[in-house]
Write a protein of this length. Sequence first.
Length: 341
Amino acid sequence: MSAPPRVIVNARAAARPELGGVERWTRELVAALRALRPERYGAARPPAALAGRAAHVWEQVLLPLRARSAAVLLGPANLAPVVFPRNVVLIHDAAPLREPAWFAPAYAEFQRRMLPAIARGARRVITGSSFARAELAELLGIDAAVVPAGVDARFTPRADPDPARVALGLRRPYVLTVASRTARKNLAALVPAAKRLAAHGIDFVAAGGTRPHCRDGGPAEPLRDLGRVPDQHLPGLYAGARAFVLPSLYEGFGLTCLEAMACGTPVVAARAGALPETCANAARLVDPHDADGIADAVERVLDDPGLRAAGLRRAAQFTWERTARGVDDEISALLRRAPRA
């Protein structure tokens, strides 16, 4: 009989139907850690009956019971059971503390109370960028380890755009953004670019759903709202785009930029948050408050071969295997210092 895993991964976010940044992190990290060390890592997720808001109860009450014999409980999606004494938690950014007005008041208050308790009670906190690390140090007084995200091998210039085009009714050339319709994603800043592109027969399309805990921020006409796009269509959707744009006011990492780069699509990104760090010199960086400047940048990068090549080189540096090894290194250091559970 095999020994139980020493590390349980809280896979609550992987059970959600939506696929945003923390959901992608959770799904990919669970798979990569279990491939790396199957004897060390197990996963726990709430039953269907406890989906939605009831999953908070599962996370805070039932998950600690499930993990009571584990040496470490790994939370990849910002939250963890406060009472559990052996948490390692990935906190992706401090947006609810930095800009609470971007969120529903109840959610902002919940994060104001929970994030400090979780962060200061954790054995180790991990985040995805040096920018996010500085935010957590300033706002929570903690020193987090930096482990960047990865890009799945499905995101490649060879991804076939035709299934996405057919499924989503994309009949004309298009520029793409992938972002939830929330205030901090700043999609309204894309309106001038969309109007200019329309005059040249190019659509500006926005993939992503709403987040009920966030204040709505668009998209506004004349962007075409695709809503949530099935995960199997995302690689082809990126690969078929003439350019990708992310005008966010705040990002703890900026994974969608790297996914677009990996598909060979030129990227325009905001000079804000972690985006300059993530994109480096492989994207055209713009002031997120300068909508006309964003439109100028989009027109300049359409099918830019130099930016395309730089993006491919940049994205190749990020893999989920590398992410898993970085997280596993942090956990290994803890396990070496702790008695066996």
